[in-house]
Design a protein around this ligand. Structure first.
Ligand SMILES: Cc1cc2nc3c(=O)[nH]c(=O)nc-3n(C[C@H](O)[C@H](O)[C@H](O)COP(=O)(O)OP(=O)(O)OC[C@H]3O[C@@H](n4cnc5c(N)ncnc54)[C@H](O)[C@@H]3O)c2cc1C
Length: 412
């Protein structure tokens, strides 16, 4: 498997790099890094916004009143720590007591309906069409599992010292499957974005993803990797991988996220007695996120289609930063090189406002039966925990509540 070995031999000759000095978000008074992940600057330091996220009425006009009420209720529930902590066991218990059908009937209009597109093709199609009407594209969230019924004809073998026989056998089977996936992506013109996972899995994932990029990103950038900026190593990896892509000559696609497994990563590091791979604070992660955006937007302005990113975040300041740098660097919003991404059920006011202004924005939409999506729903509950009064979630709740009150008063 040439492409696999090509990647694993070339990646990560980590020369230590420093994050670029991030810029202020269109300020005249200088950077306010402590605010980088917060909500709008209270002192109005940001200049005229490129997209007006405060016009939430316009942004939410495609949502039904029921959806607004549900969003408000779900976020309210996520503000109850006891509910969030025990939500997975409560959902499993509920399913046991009520039975799958009744439990699904309770979940569908509430938590499941908020975060999951549905189960049948017709349900998913309806979600896709509605988003499209609001100017928002969709990114189907796939949970790939091994197809045990498939008999794979193994024509090439890998054998990596240090891996068990089972692991080597898995690797051998993986190659032809990834190749098939890449070929199908090309044939059907569908981009594949590989998720970032736990840090102990990422080196293998990155190597495979880079190998796929080198193989399939020839005329278009079909395969994308994910960079989790909460990892101290992430920035170096991003730059190294980008440079490799330019050296070899393949299109580079990067989904840039903050990272979803903070608690688990910290627990694992403690258990193993190794240094915490994650930055110490939210502010440090946000600086790294901004540094990654700064570097990649700079590259995009130089090499255009050979480098594409997805600014995958619900953080309004990060989105504003990307928007203002795109403008300063002259990157056209109609191109495919800069995309924005949010998860279904979260920050619709941002996604819709971006879509209405003609930016490339995508909602990540998961699908599947209720009982299969419980761990996913639990993760969303944890992500929407609100610890402080000025948190993103509280802000979003206030938006829903205000819109609901407007509509009740006959505003729509
Ligand atoms: C389209 C899309 C795709 C995604 N794909 C992936 C993926 O492949 N892999 C993945 O891991 N995640 C993925 N995520 C989730 C993402 O990593 C974040 O968990 C989530 O988006 C919240 O971060 P934020 O920037 O949206 O919001 P914010 O609320 O601004 O940031 C919250 C994030 O900040 C970081 N943070 C918070 N507190 C601290 C602290 N004390 N110290 C250090 N860092 C801290 C954490 O990363 C936390 O998730 C994806 C998100 C989106 C929108």
């Amino acid at each position: 498997m040439t492409f696999r070995l090509l990647a694993s031999t070339l990646i990560r000759d980590n020369t230590l790099r420093r994050l670029p000095t991030p810029r202020a978000i269109g300020t005249s008074t200088g950077p306010k890094w402590q605010n980088v992940g917060g909500l709008a600057d209270a002192d109005g330091a940001r200049s005229v916004p490129i997209v007006d996220f405060s016009d939430t009425r316009a942004a939410l006009r495609s949502k039904t009143t029921w959806e607004i009420a549900r969003g408000s209720l779900v976020l309210k529930l996520c503000s109850v720590p006891l509910f969030v902590t025990h939500s997975l066991s409560m959902m499993r218990f509920g399913q046991k007591v009520l039975g799958r059908r009744l439990f699904a009937a309770v979940m569908r209009p509430t938590f499941y309906g908020q975060f999951v597109a549905g189960e049948s093709q017709a349900e998913i199609r309806k979600t896709v069409d509605r988003l499209q009407d609001a100017g928002v594209g969709t990114m189907l969230y796939l949970s790939l599992e091994a197809d045990v019924g498939e008999e794979t004809k193994v024509s090439e073998h890998v054998n990596i010292a240090g891996l068990s026989a089972d692991d080597n056998a898995d690797l051998t089977r993986l190659g032809p499957r990834l190749k098939k996936l890449g070929e199908m992506a090309l044939k059907s013109n569908v981009k594949l974005l590989v998720d970032g996972e736990y840090s102990f899995m990422n080196p293998a994932l990155d190597a495979l993803t880079l190998a796929m990029m080198a193989n399939f990103n020839k005329s278009q950038t079909m395969i994308w990797a994910t960079y989790q900026c909460y990892l101290k190593k992430s920035y170096d990896n991003l730059v190294t991988d980008y440079e490799l892509s330019q050296k070899i000559g393949f299109g580079f696609g990067a989904k840039i996220v903050r990272g979803a497994y903070i608690d688990q990563e910290r627990d694992l590091a403690k258990q193993k007695g190794v240094p915490d791979p994650i930055y110490d604070s939210f502010e440090a992660t946000s600086l790294a996120y901004q540094g990654a955006l700064e570097t990649m937007l700079g590259k995009i302005s130089e090499v255009g289609p050979r480098c594409s990113i997805m600014v995958a975040t619900h953080n309004e300041n990060s989105i504003n930063y990307a928007l203002s740098r795109m403008t300063e660097l002259g990157i056209d919003k109609q191109t495919d090189w800069v995309n924005f991404g949010q998860v279904m059920g979260m920050c619709d006011h941002l996604s819709c406002a971006l879509g209405q202004k003609g930016y490339k924005v995508y909602k990540s939409i998961p699908y599947g039966p209720v009982y299969d999506t419980l761990p996913y729903l639990y993760r969303r509950a944890v992500e929407n925990r609100s610890f402080t009064a000025d948190s993103r979630v509280m802000h979003e709740r206030a938006i829903y509540w205000r819109e609901l009150k407007n509509r009740m008063k006959g505003g729509k």
